[in-house]
Design a protein around this ligand. Structure first.
Ligand SMILES: [Mn+2]
Length: 335
């Protein structure tokens, strides 16, 4: 099935002359690297390519080739003729990448390349492989299927895509495939050491302060298998933190010994609560997030709940108790 989907996407892109590539909101390394990598592959084939992102490229990824040319919705409609096809990458939900109306306004054909299990297959052409570690990994297969040679610019972007979603080739693989893929990209002339510094040693001061707060407010169930932190809006406001500063914080919760389900509750100014989930078996972050109206992968998922930290907390507590018999109880955050 996925072979046929990949070939259909390769054929559609081979025939297209003008391609728009769209990233998702809160653009992470996978969507950014995948979008810029695909753009570099297509540009090398003589196609005219525009990369569009709902939000500006994060400073951490501005070393990537093509990042300075990424447009935001403020630049739309794109000057000149509309594209022949628009491609979303790493986008499990069209609402996260401009929305269906704006997407369809960019081109008559929407191609959806993704690895989220919850992807509703919103494109005219869909290539969705939930078991893949990163969209960058899929795009290397796409370049092989289409007969497009890799080039150093594309390799750097695709390496960043895979390194980001696997947190440095640490997760998402049960065999040698990703390491061989990494080696292949490195042979294009990229410097993995430099990429690591860009990805993991350029942390904003505010992000570290936020993590400090989170680590001193960890909570867990009696068994220690479920651990979480609740991050009130007023703490973020006091530290001057933006949503991007909380990226990856849930990983610090997951890294604790014995933790099989890690949760971060991040309250927004509106009172809505973003819940990030990370898990290892027998816990299933994706299934839990789906019950809460969100989605994602088995090991990594997210949901957004209303009603402030208290109500969101109760909703998650009940879902966790029901599915796993683990009892989450809170301490008073003001202490
Ligand atoms: Mn991804």
């Amino acid at each position: 099935m996925s072979d046929r989907e990949r070939v259909a996407v390769a054929e559609a892109l081979t025939q297209a002359h003008r391609v728009a590539v769209v990233m998702h909101v809160l653009p992470d390394g996978d969507t950014t690297g995948a979008a810029l990598g695909l753009a570099a592959l297509l540009a090398a084939q003589g196609k005219s390519v525009a990369v569009v992102s709902p939000e500006p490229v994060l400073p951490a990824f501005r070393f990537l080739p093509g990042s300075a040319d990424v447009r935001t919705p403020a630049d739309l409609p794109l000057r000149g003729p509309a594209a022949d096809v628009v491609v979303t990458v790493d986008c499990g939900d069209p609402g996260r990448c401009l929305g269906p109306v704006l997407l369809s306004s960019l081109a008559p054909v929407v191609i959806n390349i993704d690895h989220h299990r919850s992807n509703p297959r919103f494109g005219d052409l869909n290539w969705v492989e939930p078991e893949r570690a990163a969209v960058g990994d899929m795009l290397v297969d796409l370049s092989d299927a289409a007969g497009w040679p890799l080039n150093p610019a594309a390799a750097l972007c695709l390496y960043v895509s895979v390194a980001s979603d696997t947190e440095g080739f640490r997760f998402g693989s049960h065999d040698s495939h990703l390491l061989e893929l990494g080696a292949r990209l490195v042979r294009q002339g990229i410097d993995p050491d430099a990429v690591s510094r860009h990805l993991w040693e350029t942390r904003p001061w505010t992000a570290a302060q936020l993590e400090g707060w989170v680590l001193s407010h960890l909570e867990r169930t009696l068994s220690g298998r479920v651990a979480w932190a609740r991050l009130p809006w007023e703490v973020q406001a006091r530290l001057g933190a933006q949503a991007e500063h909380a990226e990856g914080l849930v990983g610090s919760v997951r890294a604790l010994e014995g933790v099989q389900l890690a949760l971060l509750f991040r309250e927004e100014a509106s009172g809505r609560v973003k819940v990030s989930l990370r898990s290892r078996p027998p816990f299933d972050a994706g299934a839990l997030a789906a019950q809460l109206g969100g989605g994602g992968h088995r090991h990594s998922a997210a949901a957004e709940l209303g009603g402030g930290l208290d109500q969101a907390g109760r909703q998650v507590r009940d879902a966790v108790a029901h599915a796993y018999g683990e009892r989450m109880a809170w301490t008073d955050l003001s202490t």
